[in-house]
Design a protein around this ligand. Sequence first.
Ligand SMILES: [Cu+2]
Length: 117
Amino acid sequence: MKRLILAAALALCATPALAQETHGDNAEVQSVPADDAVLAAAPSALSLTFEHAVVLTQVQLHGPGHTAIPVTFTAPGAATASYSIPLPALGPGAYEVHWNATGDGHAMEGTLHFTIQ
Ligand SMILES: [Cu+2]
């Protein structure tokens, strides 16, 4: 029974049309660089601003060729709505950021892409 409820909750989260909030969707977060941004220069930081306070638990960055790039991110002790994550020096190419967070009683995740020219 517990497993069934969890499955139903997951299904609800994965279906933005049914959920009041688009959990696990980029609509719930504003980022700099913005999703799908094409940048003339490498950003020195990634900024994430959420609709409600969250504890960001994981930030993964992948670069050209889907190479994992380490980011120096430490999970905070208290929930907050805005994060600025310093980025290492990045070269030209396509990048993908995947983040996980919890807050307001639910888990959230999202993916965003940007390109450095
Ligand atoms: Cu949320």
